[in-house]
Design a protein around this ligand. Structure first.
Ligand code: ZN
Length: 627
């Protein structure tokens, strides 16, 4: 096992890796007041933002699925990294040299697997790119690009490369860099056959595929030579620990900023189409890599498209006008209602893809193609109607019946009226006829199928809730939770002397109190104090709860002052006194005032004092604005 990273190095990474910057790599964040930021949670499926980030305290928290923690927890959760790997990753990105507690710097073999695989892929990308630029063998690759209107600058911008035909060039290069064959097989760069390891890509033009952060995770490879024994025009990296084809989008690293600022994403079909779009000024283009556009791709784009409190962006597909493209559109139409409402289709009348379009008609034509988008439902509706001869009365009846089924399948009922009117106009019949047909189609729907889902889905039942977490909405725990929030958020205003862990009635809350007050409270807001709370981030559960305390807004409307904070703590003490009063009263009732007169009198005296204390605490709570 690798030695532990030194605590002061972890602290240095934490100081430099701003949590809002790191989370922004994956989620578009918008200001939400009070110094907090909001975005769509990447850990559960949602359409309005529940993820809150408080950069000044260094924590994030999701009000939907309760995910939360610090900058390391975030990377651990979203990338599936270990704590050490998360620290290593950020150290690399922010230029912190890590030292290990048990002697020396990290031996390369012991570093996290993910970092190794990313490094191997990055080195491969560099190696391939220089081969494309320099090697004689790569001439057909350079020709391929120039035939499609891409110059040397474009090739460099997209990091395009060439894999030598020999079959061992990359393998030898990476062995020399200290990689083992099994690592290269895991990275998807090398395959192993009966005669040993060999380069997976041979004699092909390569596009490095990056994730949001810009890390290279895999490659797309195009056939160049007629004698290539692999027939497939395109090959991709197989699924690896880094590369999941259902999640990756080619170009997303370049497009993410444009997607979020322009509230638009354009989905095209191939690598050269992504390049053509970007070169033409459509900087929002991405493409799936060797697979159809799926739910995970949609989720990824949605997180980038978040506009204020609603998902309002447009996703534009450049479907081919052909059958496959139309089938893809029909399939998309059966999907999620809100997704459909935001989905547009851009079809080039002559069936040209963006790359060919740019080549034959120039950059402006590509921009126009995107600008001429039509809503998906209209595209599908016209498709259905195109099968009929609308000049014939009997065909009009059939067309309306067919199209009504489509309109009735729309789950967002608010859209049905508009679609019905549009259908009426397109076919040229009486609107009542169309309405009746849509009603009939609706009533034929199988039972149990949802008929409307325009309301946002909340809580899909998969929220990871730890077993021992109190429900903070329970009024009883809410006061304790609120007091803990006050301590974590306003530590410089807190006087913890009158309170101890015993004032908290749930073991988890009690433990949190101990954890939070174990570190001396700062006399002024101090980022280092917040960081110290989760220094032992090996316990993600503690980090998660502390993040909730640090990020959740206080219940009060005004900015808390020392009186309010003191009142919140007094409220918790008052509840303790209340419980003691009740316990004492119960004992008094069970004590005979004549036979146990001295016990009785002593307890009675205690009760009077306790009641006084309880009232004083109550006054302090109310005086500070806490009822
Ligand atoms: Zn969530």
């Amino acid at each position: 096992m690798a030695g532990r990273i030194r605590e002061d190095d972890i602290a240095a990474v934490r100081e430099r890796a701003h949590i809002d910057e790191v989370i922004s790599q994956h989620v578009t964040l918008r200001p939400a007041g009070g110094g907090s930021l909001k975005g769509l949670c990447p850990f559960h499926d949602e359409k309005s933002p529940s993820l809150s980030v408080t950069p000044s305290r260094g924590y994030y928290h999701c009000f939907g699925c309760q995910a939360g923690g610090d900058v390391f927890t975030f990377l651990q959760q979203i990338e599936g990294l270990s704590f050490t790997e998360a620290v290593e990753r950020l150290a690399g990105r922010y230029g912190v040299q890590l030292r290990f507690a048990e002697g020396g710097s990290a031996p390369t073999q012991q570093r996290g697997q993910r970092s190794r695989l990313v490094e191997a892929n990055s080195l491969a990308a560099e190696f391939y790119a220089s081969a494309l630029a320099d090697s004689a063998e790569a001439a057909p690759g350079r020709q391929f690009l120039s035939d499609r209107g891409f110059d040397k600058d474009a090739a460099e911008r997209f990091g395009i490369g060439f894999a030598a035909r020999s079959g061992e060039a990359l393998l030898r290069h990476l062995r020399q860099k200290g990689f083992r064959d099994d690592e290269l097989v895991t990275a998807g760069l090398v395959a192993s056959g009966t005669r040993g390891a060999y380069d997976r890509f041979r004699g092909r033009l390569l596009w490095p595929i990056r994730e949001l952060s810009g890390d290279v995770v895999g490659f797309g490879a195009r056939r160049l030579f007629d004698d290539d024994r692999v027939e497939a025009k395109y090959l991709n990296t197989p699924d690896t620990p880094l590369y999941k084809k259902s999640h990756v989008l080619y170009g997303v690293d370049l497009a993410r900023r444009n997607i979020s600022s322009g509230s638009q994403a354009v989905v095209v079909e191939g690598y050269t189409d992504v390049m053509a779009c970007h070169e033409s000024g459509v900087g929002t283009a991405v493409a799936t890599c060797g697979t159809a556009f799926g739910d995970d791709h949609a989720r990824l784009l949605r997180r980038l498209l978040l506009d204020h409190d609603e998902f309002r962006g447009e996703i534009i597909f450049t479907f081919d006008g052909d059958d496959a493209g139309q089938r893809a559109a029909m399939r998309a139409f059966q999907g999620d209602a809100q997704f459909v409402a935001q989905t547009y289709v851009a079809v080039e009348p002559e069936g040209l893809d963006p790359c060919d379009l740019r080549l034959s008609k120039g950059d402006a034509a590509v921009r126009e193609l995107v600008a001429r988008r039509v809503p998906l439902y209209r595209f599908v509706l016209r498709n259905v109607l195109s099968r009929y001869d609308l000049d014939r009365a009997d065909q009009r009846v059939d067309a309306v019946r067919d199209a009504a089924r489509l309109v009735a399948s729309v789950r967002d009922r608010s859209k049905v009226n508009a679609f019905t009117r549009e259908l009426t106009g397109l076919v040229g019949v009486d609107i009542d006829e169309v309405r009746a047909e849509v009603r009939r189609a609706s009533s034929r729907r199988p039972r149990g199928q949802p008929t409307t889902s325009s309301a946002p889905r909340t809580g899909n039942g998969s929220a990871p809730v730890a077993p021992d977490v109190p429900d903070v909405r329970d009024a009883h725990f809410a006061d304790e939770w609120e007091a803990l929030k006050a301590v974590v958020q306003y530590p410089h205003l807190v006087d913890v002397s009158g309170l101890d862990a015993g004032d908290f009635t749930h073991p988890t809350l009690s433990a949190l109190w101990s954890a939070v007050t174990a570190v001396p409270l700062p006399t002024a807001p101090d980022p280092r104090w917040w960081q110290s709370l989760t220094t032992d981030a090996d316990e993600p559960e503690t980090a998660r709860l502390i993040a909730g305390l640090a990020v959740e807004p206080m219940r009060t409307v005004t900015e808390p002052d020392d009186r309010l904070v003191s009142a919140l703590l007094a409220r918790v003490q008052e509840l303790t006194a209340q419980r003691q009063v009740e316990a004492l009263k119960s004992r008094l009732q069970r004590t005979n005032p004549i036979e146990q007169v001295s016990d009785y009198n002593r307890m009675f005296g205690e009760l009077v004092a306790l009641e006084q204390r309880r009232r004083a605490l109550r006054d302090r709570a109310i005086g500070g604005g806490v009822a």
